[in-house]
Design a protein around this ligand. Structure first.
Ligand SMILES: Cc1ncc(COP(=O)(O)O)c(C=O)c1O
Length: 493
């Protein structure tokens, strides 16, 4: 018996193999007007298959299948995506139009300098803009993502210390709230990492910092605002403590969208920083690449930047490869030009005032949402935040509803779940970042959903515990999925 389908996105979608009908094809070729050749004689000695088990389907069937599958993905273009730390904000269409301009889309990295002067001017201008918002002196656009920027930045720090005759500096300090990429990058660069605890206000504990800095300190890696969504108000003291010990300050600029046009890492005392263009300047998320995680440095570190750099002589641009102290290349050619071009278009579209407005709205939206949730959830560090906030579902957990359950239940309301269980220092934590691009109505809808789930946790905990209820696939056994993954469809079974 036929059953009505309310939402095509929820209907079961058979694989193309299961939809396959023998003899059905999605193409039409004219009859052969040359003699057919025998493949065996063309490829002597090569074992040939009699048949290839591909699905047999018509074009419309195939197109519908993939369009229906695409509806099962959640994306920022589909709905709210408050994934804290990951900053999923809207990527404007205008920047997509810009990168499709033939001068941008059709250029090739092997073209000689004189043919790509416009593209080089764009890269140079973007470096200058990024230095301006960061309070830095020089930049490279080569790194392919935030973590790649961290790696580049730490290689620069290491090269600097070696050049100073201080190769004993083998330790990088990271706060316990730091993003996992920070200690991972430090280890990848051959440094030891020392973790320092946050104080009860969720900021760097200065006493703990003083205890660990010494003549082995290469750098401290900080993000400001930090991953609890809190501004490190004592950043000047932190800079002084680390600099006095001969170490450098590395800023993880992933949270720059909270401070654009308001304050600058360079003015806070940072020596090196990376930008996550996909978070701050609305370019597509890299997932490790192709993205862009530019690194900017203070002037004394310029010699160590990756090679080549784009140099400007009057109104001419050239690649400067002669950089004897450079750490070398960190990406093929000059990085991911298309992403840089999008970021440039975004920054020029916003202008200085617009960028400041971005940060003010990001902070306002986060505080607006935090205030709505303040009675129903625990805020271990208060509800005043920067561009994101961390709450704890510990009261819900007391009724058997964990942060994971709350996150799963949010999917029933059409929202992408926030980041959960990071930072590690807050129990049952949820990290929510609404971003500046969402409307008040969307924030209210999300707030209402969170409050409803909090009520359910008290009265009907089995609802969030079994969520999601309205997605094409319900709750999966994540352990089995990880331990015993089924990676291939057995079409011949
Ligand atoms: C605070 C912070 N630092 C670094 C990164 C790493 O950036 P990417 O994912 O571009 O490598 C992230 C990514 O989410 C982040 O949130």
């Amino acid at each position: 018996m036929a059953s009505p389908i309310l939402n095509p996105g929820q209907a079961p979608e058979p694989l193309l193999y299961e939809q396959s009908v023998p003899g059905r094809v999605g193409y039409a070729l004219p009859p052969l007007d040359v003699p057919a050749s025998d493949p065996i004689s063309l490829l002597p000695g090569v074992p040939l298959r009699d048949s290839v088990p591909l699905p047999e389907a018509g074009e419309l069937q195939v197109v519908r299948h993939f369009v229906r599958m695409s509806h099962r993905n959640h994306a920022i273009d589909v709905g709210f995506y408050p994934l804290g730390s990951c900053t999923m904000k809207y990527n404007p269409q205008i920047t997509e139009e810009v990168v499709r301009l033939p001068g941008i889309a059709d250029c090739h990295p092997y073209q000689p300098e004189e043919q790509v002067q416009g593209e080089m001017a764009l890269l140079h201008a973007l470096e200058r803009l990024l230095c301006e918002v960061g309070g830095m002196d020089f930049a490279t656009l080569q790194p392919a993502a935030g973590a790649a920027g961290e790696f580049t930045g730490l290689l620069i720090i290491r090269a600097y210390h070696i050049h100073q005759g201080e190769s004993r500096r083998d330790t990088v300090i990271v706060p316990d709230s730091s993003h996992g990429t920070n200690p991972a990058t430090a280890a990848r660069c051959g440094f030891k990492t020392v973790s320092i605890p946050s104080n009860e206000r969720g900021r760097v504990d200065l006493a703990a910092l003083r205890k660990v800095v010494n003549d082995r300190t290469a750098a401290i890696m900080l993000t400001n605002p930090n991953t609890l969504g809190l501004f490190e108000q004592e950043i000047r003291e932190i800079a002084e403590i680390v600099h006095e010990a001969g170490g450098l300050l590395y800023m993880d600029g992933a949270n720059m969208n909270a401070i654009l046009g308001i304050t600058r890492p360079g003015d806070m005392g940072f020596d090196v920083m990376h930008y996550n263009l996909h978070k701050t300047m609305s370019t597509p998320h890299g997932g490790g690449g192709p993205g862009c995680g530019p690194v900017a440095v203070k002037a004394f570190l310029e010699p160590y930047l990756p090679t080549p750099v784009v140099a400007r002589d009057g109104d001419q641009y050239r690649w400067d490869h002669h950089r004897p102290q450079s750490i070398g290349k960190v990406h093929g050619f000059y990085g991911n030009f298309g992403i840089a071009a999008r970021a440039y278009a975004y920054m020029r579209t916003q202008g200085g005032e617009g960028l400041r407005n971005v940060s003010e709205k990001a902070v306002l939206n986060a505080n607006y949402l935090a205030a709505q949730l303040s009675d129903a959830f625990t805020f271990p560090h208060g509800t005043r935040c920067m561009h994101e906030f961390v709450l704890s579902a510990d009261r819900q957990k007391a009724n058997g509803v964990s942060a994971l359950d709350v996150a799963k239940r949010l999917m029933d309301f059409g929202f992408y779940p926030p980041t959960i269980y990071f930072p590690l220092i807050v129990k049952e934590c949820m990290m929510i970042e609404p971003t500046e691009t969402e409307t008040r109505e969307t924030l209210d809808d999300f707030g209402a959903a969170m409050l409803q789930i909090a009520r359910e946790a008290e009265t009907e905990p089995e609802i969030p515990q079994a969520a999601p209820h309205y997605t094409p696939v319900g709750r999966l056994d994540e352990t089995t999925a990880a331990r015993n993954p089924v990676l291939a469809y057995n079409c011949c079974a």
